[in-house]
Design a protein around this ligand. Sequence first.
Ligand SMILES: Nc1nc2c(c(=O)[nH]1)N[C@H]1C(S)=C(S)[C@@H](COP(=O)(O)OP(=O)(O)OC[C@H]3O[C@@H](n4cnc5c(=O)[nH]c(N)nc54)[C@H](O)[C@@H]3O)O[C@H]1N2
Ligand SMILES: Nc1nc2c(c(=O)[nH]1)N[C@H]1C(S)=C(S)[C@@H](COP(=O)(O)OP(=O)(O)OC[C@H]3O[C@@H](n4cnc5c(=O)[nH]c(N)nc54)[C@H](O)[C@@H]3O)O[C@H]1N2
Ligand SMILES: [Mo]
Length: 759
Amino acid sequence: MKKKIEEYTGPAAGWGAVKAVAQALRGQMEIGHDVIAMFDMNKVDGFDCPGCAWPDPKHTASFDICENGAKAIAWEATSKRTTPEFFAKHTVTELLSWDDFHLEDEGRLTHPMKYNPQIDKYEPIEWDEAFKQIGEKLQNYSDPNTVEFYTSGRTSNEAAFLYQLLAREYGTNNFPDCSNMCHEPTSVGLAASIGVGKATVLLEDFDKADLVICIGHNPGTNHPRMLSSLREVSKRGAKIIAINPLRERGLERFAYPQDVVEMLTLESTPLAGHYYKVRIGGDTALIKGVMKVLIERHQTALEAGQPPILDTDFISTHTHGYDALKNDVLTTGWKDILRVSGLSREAIEEIADLYSEAKNTIICYGMGITQHQHGTQNVQQLVNLLLLKGNIGREGAGICPLRGHSNVQGDRTVGITEKPSKHFLDKIAQRFGFQPPSEFGHAAVASMQAISAGSANALICMGGNLAVAMPDKEACYAGMKKLDLAVHTATKLNRSHLLTAKNTFLLPVLGRSEIDRQASGAQCITVEDSMSMVHASKGLLKPVSPYLKSECAIVAGIAKATIPATKVEWDNFIDNYDLIRDAMEVILPDFDNYNARIKIPGGFHLTNAASERRWLTQSGKANFVPTEGVIEDPKSAVNSELILATLRSHDQYNTTIYGMNDRYRGVFGQRDVVFISEGEAKKQKLKAGDKVNIIALDSNQKPTKRRLDNLTVVIYDMADRSVATYFPEANNLITLDNFDPQCGIPAYKNIPVKLEIVM
Ligand SMILES: Nc1nc2c(c(=O)[nH]1)N[C@H]1C(S)=C(S)[C@@H](COP(=O)(O)OP(=O)(O)OC[C@H]3O[C@@H](n4cnc5c(=O)[nH]c(N)nc54)[C@H](O)[C@@H]3O)O[C@H]1N2
Ligand SMILES: Nc1nc2c(c(=O)[nH]1)N[C@H]1C(S)=C(S)[C@@H](COP(=O)(O)OP(=O)(O)OC[C@H]3O[C@@H](n4cnc5c(=O)[nH]c(N)nc54)[C@H](O)[C@@H]3O)O[C@H]1N2
Ligand SMILES: [Mo]
């Protein structure tokens, strides 16, 4: 496609989305498949959409069309194949010169493969032989903690549960996980604040909210089905506030592809009536500003004998730490708040007005909040704001983190964690009769540090593209080459597979859309959505190759070859996944009658104590957690003239690049662009179309060697002193040690940079 920059004037979704779906299908899918797949996705007896983790209205609604879901399915159910013949033609060195789009665009992997360093090519290998060789290698390492077990969040509950059993029986808690790169601040921050690291709302709560605050997420691209919920909120006359450095089309307007009237008249529903372009990294300052206004008004009201602004009953009965929060907020100066947030005092007062007027408020947030050195504190400031008005544990109110991968939340629930609880380990020991290790293991950053230091022997990957998703390309890529063993289970070829270890295996796996037939018949798996609904998913399409195995079967194959005296009944589990669920039910709280309850349409809800105002925190209350100052990136960014956030385009799923367009942002045929505001561009003496290099700065604001060259300047409606570009291309700009010390999330949205004009 020709490169162009052209402002997108239509609403999000609408005809543009329908056209894009049609294009994706024509490019990738065989006729026939598409119809079945689309209509069964997200319905009872169908499969769960691998696109995102937004819940479905009861799973009974007619097919909720979503462009990105359609693209994700089209990408998986493609008729293209990456076969042994393909690998015979291309050396790994040659493939490394391909871009991410073309690697995956070759199509689905069809055979188990092993890398042959002599000829620098992948060659086919029989499954049993692959398992045997992997098992022998793993048995050879004297320290199980030199093996890293990565999970990317599409893995089902059943496969993830088996995977953690394998790693723990083998002897390690090394579980780097994709959630370490997205919602770790949620798991850590919410747990400390309200005792539960998950959303406290259900979809129904959106019907009762008076105000929905969308902060730091981009639903038009990343959670498109959420737009239908926001549309209902808006049509009801409830308010929506968007807080985002970039003006994102999906937060402004939405035409519902299934609403014939809206489509024919080209009308759209306005979404966020109030849009605040916070500076990148300015959310804590902004939220503290809002709380300052509220607390001051509250005090004034009380002194004047007027009704309180805050929910004093809730604060005194249910919370801990209000005075400390109040002191901190009142001593934070306006000058700092305004400088760091980049917003005016009027704007902040307006947000406070809207929040005061609303009885029920939901706050939704995503990576704009979490991917900072203060990601955990950011999340906690959002909770503080909600607690001030008792907005947790009440209908129509609560906190709503937008999860990433479609089962990232479920994977954590069933045991993918480097810090397991004693209770969980005891239950495993009781049920299976082996003693799992209690020493905490590695999360993503620690495992990549071990890999790049050369102290890790092996990396096993349940999906994903770890080396490309993590910060610091150079360190990651070099580290991967030092490994003795790398095992990738994958649907498509990606760059991490090409960073070969001494022994590298590429194992092709069934996708979620495909029939998973085992001894007892076709199997279903289960997943958990962003709102803790657990439901079944059953593939319907014929597998793309007869040589694929399910993730569960691959885990079992590796386990049996690695732990000859295993205590786990792997064969029974694989013959019938009901038996895996029976075992899970014994170990996991809230999963009783697991097999029966997933037969109910829509599945079942895992109880959430905070939403019932039971606070599983140390204080036994919901905690106000103050954060000192207003700076989200104390090491570096606040003093930097420019802060860079790395984003997803509309034609991308993480490291999977579907195409070169970012329709809602008006970018076509290219990804090598940098977004900047008109005012900031003037200051930097830049105009649209200029070419620039981005240079990362260190914590002393000095230029480093990390750079991304020759990007085209796109003037965009966004905050000043902020710039944005796409990941994964930009991942060499961030170092491995630039992360939130509380939870380890890399600060992907907070990179201090300067721009250099290419003459
Ligand atoms: N189509 C599609 N869907 C996806 C994905 C995908 O890649 N493609 N990825 C999935 C995954 S794994 C995840 S985690 C989610 C991610 O979903 P999102 O959280 O929506 O992810 P991003 O695109 O990284 O960034 C979101 C927004 O944060 C804003 N932002 C940047 N910096 C700041 C800041 O400092 N403050 C504030 N308030 N906002 C800021 C950006 O302008 C952008 O609009 O989506 C999931 N769904
Ligand atoms: N700079 C920057 N970096 C980021 C982010 C950012 O915002 N900015 N976001 C971060 C976030 S939120 C995340 S979640 C990570 C993503 O990190 P990952 O989850 O590691 O990466 P993905 O790109 O989602 O993985 C894509 C690969 O998964 C495999 N795959 C797809 N479907 C399946 C399946 O059903 N089973 C199996 N076994 N494999 C499958 C395919 O081979 C495909 O190539 O990236 C992080 N990196
Ligand atoms: Mo994510």
